[in-house]
Write a protein that binds this ligand. Structure first.
Ligand SMILES: Nc1nc2c(ncn2[C@@H]2O[C@H](COP(=O)(O)OP(=O)(O)OP(=O)(O)O)[C@@H](O)[C@H]2O)c(=O)[nH]1
Ligand SMILES: [Mg+2]
Length: 262
């Protein structure tokens, strides 16, 4: 499929939505995305056969808003990948990136949590940062002016502060929210830097490697708000946070030790 220049307003933007048991969040999330991100635009859900049948809700939305790029280049729509045998956040996003590029020819790819903690309307701001500030990667950031986190308690915010300051100390302070998970990037950047890891540590790894390769990273502030439906996959107690935090710390240390890693 021919690729239009990344910055062209006619080039395809694709938002990859990794879902596991997000039945009550997915419809408002997708409808708010479709209402706020300019066409041509594709919402691509990668669901890991959720027991709550999120995939069925998405299949209905894909029938209601079909993505018809082959016949109409100005269209917006929804598509679904239902994975039966695979599971995991990073591999789900990676699958979405691959489909977005290979199947649909997207030139800008974004992704986010599907718990409505990241305001869907802010995706348009990330895309704008890529198109208008000529960024290669736009990072939704809680920890720059205008951003904050009102979703998490003190313990989670303190741990996030410690991990992000540790990352800035060892990996550089071009980014203040290494664990954001709310990203837009040009496709060629993602083709060059495949995601690595199991969970949120892929984000630290991606942002560090993109920065080391000289890509232009910009941060766009966003306010992280509480999930109102469904359950957190990270959990809420100290043990859950420490077990995820341990992977984040080891990722930072490995990247620091392998300064030339990319
Ligand atoms: N496809 C897929 N998606 C997943 C998997 N695990 C988590 N997700 C999705 O990844 C996103 C992040 O999960 P959340 O439950 O928000 O967890 P979190 O952001 O780490 O934790 P909170 O800070 O409590 O929100 C959500 O959209 C989940 O549905 C998985 O194994 N497969
Ligand atoms: Mg979340």
């Amino acid at each position: 499929m021919p690729k239009l220049h990344d910055s062209s307003p006619n080039s395809l933007v694709c938002t990859v939505l990794p879902t596991f048991n997000e039945r009550d969040n997915i419809t408002p999330l997708i409808e708010r995305l479709l209402a706020s991100v300019p066409s041509p635009y594709l919402v691509l859900v990668i669901d890991d056969n959720s027991p709550d049948e999120t995939w069925q809700v998405v299949a209905d939305l894909a029938a209601k808003y079909p993505y018809a790029a082959k016949t109409d280049k100005t269209t917006s729509g929804v598509a679904l990948v239902r994975r039966i045998k695979e599971k995991g956040l990073t591999s789900a996003i990676a699958r979405g990136i691959r489909e977005a590029i290979d199947t649909y020819g997207a030139s800008i790819i974004t992704w986010m949590d599907c718990d409505l903690s990241m305001p869907p309307e802010d995706v348009a701001q990330l895309v704008k940062a890529i198109r208008e500030q000529e960024a290669d990667v736009a990072v939704g950031s809680r920890w720059v002016d205008g951003g904050t986190d009102i979703a998490h308690g003190l313990m989670a915010r303190v741990l996030s502060w410690i991990i992000n300051h540790f990352a800035m100390l060892l990996l550089g302070s071009k980014v203040h929210d290494y664990t954001s998970g709310f990203i837009a990037a040009r496709s060629h950047v993602l083709e060059r830097i495949p995601l690595r890891g199991d969970y949120g540590e892929y984000c630290i790894d991606l942002l560090c490697r993109a920065s080391r390769l000289g890509y232009h990273l910009v941060e766009v502030p966003y306010v992280c708000v509480p999930r109102t439906a469904g359950e957190s996959k990270t959990g809420i107690n100290l043990w859950d946070y420490l077990s995820k935090g341990r992977k984040y710390v080891s990722t930072i240390v490995m990247l620091w030790l392998n300064q030339k890693s990319n």
